[in-house]
Design a protein around this ligand. Structure first.
Ligand SMILES: C[S@@+](CC[C@H](N)C(=O)[O-])C[C@H]1O[C@@H](n2cnc3c(N)ncnc32)[C@H](O)[C@@H]1O
Length: 294
């Protein structure tokens, strides 16, 4: 099993509200790394922790692993449906989102998220309920839809040429459609970046489209916002510029019910960057909702 380090665990624990009997909803439970840190930090102050995980395979493993853990309830689903996933009448003090995929999903070949391992062009987080794969996205989205998405989400310069090359690739009859063959087909159009694999942002864009990650983020955040004055904190860890922008704009737009705790996002410490270099792009934003009318 690949190890997943919870990003900015200390900073998240330090951003929790004071007070007893906290109810926390974690919309991206993953391996429960943040849960364990928060449980340790809060001790008896933790009343209830609800962990939501979309990936059904990971969810079954976590349900088994945490089956005897007090105060923890695990729910399988997409945080964009948080209104349907939480028990009615529950008033959470904290919502936590640690966006994207975990290290195991990103590095194992079978699900198609990895550009280092060969695998199918799939990338669905929940293959049981989602029917559109990365291969379908390249084939069925219009050229213009793909160009628009790649312009916003990737660092590729010749976006239209990339999209055309990908469309030609999926139309080829005698080539297997895998992550490695796709990379070979588009290699000459990929950006040359020093520290990251050239296919990183192409794979990231396909993954965002397959799982409608930005739509889920906006819908989930909207449903986490209190409808009137209410004490609540919403913490979001985002990992690339598009996510950073969506979260920042969303919180700014909802200035009538709360405000950002810090003017600038919180970033990983030097020590964390050394221990876990993949945390380098992370930004933590904490939105504090007003208890009374501002
Ligand atoms: C970065 S990992 C979270 C890791 C977790 N905080 C930990 O410390 O173990 C993100 C997790 O959220 C899940 N996920 C991604 N999008 C989701 C969504 N819209 N709804 C629910 N879970 C989601 C992924 O399957 C993945 O396991």
């Amino acid at each position: 099993m690949t190890v997943h380090f919870p990003v900015m665990g200390r900073e998240i624990c330090e951003s929790l509200p004071m007070g007893e009997s906290l109810v926390i909803v974690d919309g991206t439970f993953g391996f429960g790394g943040h849960f364990k840190l928060i449980q340790e930090a809060l001790g008896k102050r933790l009343k209830k922790y609800i962990g939501i995980e979309q990936d059904p395979f990971l969810f079954s493993r976590m349900r088994q692993e945490f089956r005897r853990t007090p105060h923890l309830t695990l729910v399988q689903g997409n945080f964009r449906n948080i209104d349907q996933l939480l028990p009615s009448g529950l008033t959470p003090d904290v919502f936590l989102l640690d966006l994207g995929m975990n290290t195991e999903q990103l590095t194992s070949g079978e699900r198609g998220f990895s550009f280092r391992e060969d695998g199918p062009l799939d990338m669905r987080l929940n293959p049981v309920t989602q029917h559109v794969t990365a291969l379908d996205v390249i084939r069925d989205f219009s050229e213009q839809e793909l160009v628009d998405a790649f312009k916003v989400c990737s660092s590729v310069r010749s976006v239209r040429a990339l999209v055309r090359r990908m469309k030609e690739f999926v139309a080829l009859k005698d080539v297997p459609k895998t992550t490695k063959t796709l990379i070979s087909a588009i290699r000459s159009l990929l950006p040359r970046e020093k520290r990251i694999h050239p296919a990183t942002t192409v794979f990231q864009t396909l993954r965002i489209l397959v799982n409608d990650e930005l739509g889920a983020l906006e819908e989930g955040l909207f449903k986490m916002m209190p409808k009137g004055p209410s004490r609540r904190r919403i913490m979001v860890l985002s990992f690339h510029s598009v996510e950073h922008r969506v979260v920042k704009q969303f919180f700014l737009k909802h200035g009538d019910v709360g405000k950002m705790k810090t003017r600038k996002p919180i970033c990983p410490s030097e020590l964390e960057l050394k221990q876990n270099p993949s945390s380098r792009s992370a930004q933590l934003r904490v939105f504090e909702c007003y208890e009374k009318k501002p």
